[in-house]
Design a binder for this molecule. Sequence first.
Ligand code: DAT
Ligand code: MG
Length: 148
Amino acid sequence: MERTFVMVKPDGVQRALVGEVIRRFEAKGFTLVGLKMVQVSRELAEKHYDVHRERPFFGSLVNFIISAPVVAMVWEGKGVIAAARKIIGATNPLNAEPGTIRGDYGVDIGRNLIHGSDAPETAAQEVSLWFGDELANWEPTIKPWLYE
Ligand code: DAT
Ligand code: MG
């Protein structure tokens, strides 16, 4: 079953949106297999955002991610990588559709509340970077009511 990495960024934690984020993923039918609060080190933040190292916003992005705790999670389910990106919405919250997390709660690209892996390769990398093997392998008993 597919897995993806989702992180409520410092602004999402401070805005008390952790429960709302979890609620949306649970309500959709995805399964939580990893969850922790993290005061991120500069090293981890730079590794996580390594693809953006040369971008002008890299420094402020890393400083922001390490400025206060984040909530890291791993969600499992059919098509969860692409579905999470849809639930999260466009990178710039002003372009994100209403009904998405960024569309409903954000206004600034530098305060867009939440991260989600963008493809199978990055999902695998990010799950491993943030959680290693500390994930719960479990099957919800309602699974036959979610999947044919
Ligand atoms: P996403 O988080 O939607 O995958 P991304 O990978 O392109 O977006 O960028 C990572 C984060 O960097 C993004 O969530 C917010 C920040 N960011 C991206 N583009 C930016 C920009 N033009 N100015 C400021 N911050 C930006
Ligand atoms: Mg990205």
